[in-house]
Ligand binder design. Structure first.
Ligand code: SF4
Length: 339
């Protein structure tokens, strides 16, 4: 356990957590919505600091980040818990707290050990992923500071629900982020995630403006967010508010053990959404879980520049950030020196 950052004491012993946009008011002995931040005698503590439920070496393309250090590996960690309740979550068994995955049952890993493991395994970055990194922020911040000193990049894979205060503090350490926009209808977003849509969108704008490399993902689920209005809404938002050079990953959904009520997304739905994204002017639209639609093409001359197979980089023809044929600049962070 570790004293939490970003909270305020109330006169009656309750506390307000200011880490994410839920801004939970928490009575003594209770936890917030994420279940991993608890009011202990008027002090807010993080229950999952350093309590890792997953640690793997992944290709960066798995995050997915397609325009950030392509072909590199990222040391990927997670602590249990989440501030959303998406019924279809593919990591449900580690994102939603239960007896088996409770932090009290997990061993503690020092931040230094993560950086050492990343360096020893040849990773160029550390990714805070699988569950929602916001809810183990104190650990993310400590590891990120050490990672920066060691020359490693920091990557978040997030639902984008962090508070302004967290972003104020963390953006200087953050190099790249993939934000999952889960729906583009306020009611639907609230119904299925338990959270508001607007803060997610406004955080995306802020991250882009701050110069953090940003890619967007949408998992298209039949009957929930695959209607044309929502697909067009996301495409329009990305194109106009984040820029047409922002990559958009549109992933195919497959039924999860805890959520069988929807069929797998038909491939034609993904292809149609990709078409919509391109019609809105997006230069880099990718399919996920489809077996195609993963390559990068020059937005100017159409040359295939980066070939991928699932999450694996097969070939990268980009030279000095440019298309080698027409010299068009390709948005992204293509090498470790920031170019
Ligand atoms: S991180 Fe968010 S969900 Fe968790 S206690 Fe704080 S405000 Fe609530």
């Amino acid at each position: 356990m570790k004293e939490a950052l970003l909270w305020e004491k109330l006169d009656d012993g309750r506390v307000i957590c200011q880490l994410c946009n839920h801004f939970c008011t928490i009575a003594q002995s209770h936890t917030g919505i994420c279940k991993v931040r608890q009011n202990q005698e008027g002090e807010l503590v993080s229950l999952n600091y350093g309590k890792l439920i997953a640690a793997h070496i992944d290709p960066i393309e798995k995050k997915p980040l397609f325009h950030f250090l392509p072909g590199s590996h990222s040391y990927s960690i997670a602590a249990p818990g989440c501030n959303f309740r998406c019924a279809w979550c593919q990591n449900w068994d580690i994102s939603q707290l239960n007896k088996a995955n409770h932090p009290s049952r997990l061993a503690y890993t020092q931040p230094e050990a993560i950086v050492e493991a990343a360096l020893n395994s040849g990773c160029e970055s550390i990714s805070y992923t699988y569950t929602e990194p916001t809810i183990f922020y104190e650990y993310v911040l400590d590891v990120s500071k050490l990672a920066k000193q060691a020359g490693l990049k920091n990557v978040l894979v997030s639902n984008g629900y962090m508070s302004d205060a967290m972003l104020d503090e963390y953006i200087p350490y953050l190099d790249a982020i993939n934000v999952d926009i889960k729906a583009f209808d306020e009611k639907i977003h609230r119904k299925y995630t338990g959270a508001k849509l607007e803060p997610v969108l406004s955080n995306c704008k802020r991250l882009k403006k701050a110069g953090v490399w940003l890619e967007i993902t949408t998992l298209l689920i039949p009957g929930i967010n695959d209607d044309q209005a929502q697909v067009e809404g996301i495409a329009e938002f990305v194109a106009t508010e984040l820029g047409t050079d922002t990559p958009w990953h549109i992933s195919r959904y497959f039924p999860q053990t805890q959520f069988q009520e929807r069929e797998a997304t038909p491939p034609v739905t993904i292809l149609s959404a990709m078409k919509t994204g391109k019609a809105k002017g997006l230069q880099y639209v990718y399919a996920g879980n489809l077996g195609k639609g993963e390559d990068t093409y020059c937005p100017q001359c159409g040359k295939r520049l980066v070939s991928r197979s699932s999450v694996w980089l097969m070939e990268n023809k980009i030279v000095d950030n440019l298309c080698p044929d027409c010299q068009t600049k390709i948005a992204g962070v293509w090498s470790g020196d920031g170019e």
